[in-house]
Design a protein around this ligand. Structure first.
Ligand code: PLP
Length: 375
């Protein structure tokens, strides 16, 4: 059955639906080739520094950052930033929403011996928890979009939080695909391999003036901070359009092309409109489907960029995703540790509506064959 061929006229033109690394648009590759003279040149010289500067300016424009907010970057991806958070941002104690794998990993990093044990609001995968104010918490941390489950949390300041408590958001898969107001966060961090359709390995963080002040305060304290985890060092380097150590130049070029394209689309609101439209097509299709249903029950928490759909037990989702993969439609498998009979589809900004529609037709085609086979 895995040799089942999906008719070419309903196959997506681009079969990449993965949650990251995600589909890279052809225009980004063109941009990379056009600027290939930058590859293999010093990151301490003007051409690369100008590139970093254009990416930082483009991001500030995309997110419509208020006066005083800064775009900072460093190496190591979002996973490295969790340790940056523990080393450079949490003063004594953090509070977390944990409703999936990525939120839980952030808690692990924040459980550092030099900090008080974090306060954790843990809820079931597919749900989104809610913060009550926690006395003594100087950081509230949560994922904007939990990529392992397809649940998305609102971005708003915690009412009743201690004065000066920072709102720190893991926006790795949300950034650029979901609208929010930058006044509602102090730190919004992400990596380039999701909506930005670039490669992994870097982290970007949007920092409010309060976050920058906190970074300076901790850097000036007697805490030992490994240089790689020093956000102060990253802030200082970023202001010079540099990174502490060598960044991947091709990644920055792919990123530049995508940020430019997103700004041309009309900025964050326009991008969020695209992802909302495409994800809505999938959710409404699944809601009226005999064999599919949205995993996240509360429609308000259904992610516009990561669509998780449970598959009826009459069909083995692994067979479905294997057939799709054999036909060039890849990475629709669910998050490995979730362990559900499920498919997961990324509807990042660069994924076209036409391909989402073709994907639904392709899945319907395969499901019809699988059901026919079973009866
Ligand atoms: C992908 C992802 C990460 C991990 O990003 P890396 O760059 O691989 O470290 C962290 N958080 C969320 C929400 C993600 O989607």
């Amino acid at each position: 059955m895995t040799s089942l061929q999906i008719p070419v006229d309903i196959l997506p033109l681009d079969g990449r639906f993965g949650a990251g690394p995600s589909k890279v648009r052809a225009e980004q590759i063109d941009h990379l080739i056009e600027h290939q003279d930058i590859l293999g040149t010093s990151h301490r010289q003007a051409p690369v520094k100008d590139l970093v500067g254009r990416v930082r300016t483009g991001i500030a424009e995309l997110f419509n950052l208020p006066e005083g907010y800064e775009v900072v970057l460093g190496n190591g991806g979002s996973t490295a930033f969790w340790d940056v958070l523990a080393a450079s941002l949490i003063e004594r104690r953090s509070a977390h929403l944990s409703f999936g794998e990525f939120g839980a990993k952030c808690v692990t990093s924040a459980s550092a011996p030099w900090l008080d044990a974090p306060h954790v609001v843990k809820t079931e995968p597919g749900t989104v928890g809610h913060f009550e104010p926690v006395a003594g918490a100087d950081v509230y941390a949560w994922p904007h979009n939990e990529t392992s489950t397809g649940a998305s949390a609102p971005i708003k300041r915690v009412e009743g939080a201690d004065d000066g408590a920072l709102m720190v958001v893991d926006a790795t898969s949300a950034a650029g695909g979901i609208a929010m107001d930058p006044h509602d966060f102090d730190v919004y961090y992400f990596a380039p391999q999701k909506n930005f359709a670039s490669d992994g390995g870097l982290w970007f963080a949007l920092l409010s003036p309060a976050a920058i002040a906190r970074v300076e305060k901790i850097a000036a304290s007697d805490r030992h901070i490994p240089p790689f985890l020093s956000l102060q060092a990253a802030v200082e380097n970023s202001r010079l359009n540099q990174t502490l150590n060598t960044p991947a130049l091709a990644t920055l070029l792919l990123m530049e092309a995508q940020v430019e394209w997103m700004n041309q689309l009309g900025g964050l609101d326009a991008c969020a409109h695209v992802t909302a439209h495409n994800s809505h097509l999938l959710y409404s299709w699944a809601e009226s489907h005999e064999l599919l249903s949205p995993f996240v029950e509360n429609p308000e928490h259904r992610s516009p960029v990561i669509v998780t759909l449970d598959v009826d037990s009459r069909v083995d989702a692994t067979v479905l995703t294997t057939i799709l993969r054999a036909n060039g439609v890849v990475d629709t498998e669910p998050y490995r540790k979730l362990g559900r009979n499920q498919i997961r589809i990324a509807t990042f900004v660069g994924v076209s509506t036409d391909d989402v529609e073709r994907l639904m037709s392709s899945i319907d085609f395969v499901l019809a064959h699988l059901l026919g086979e079973g009866s």
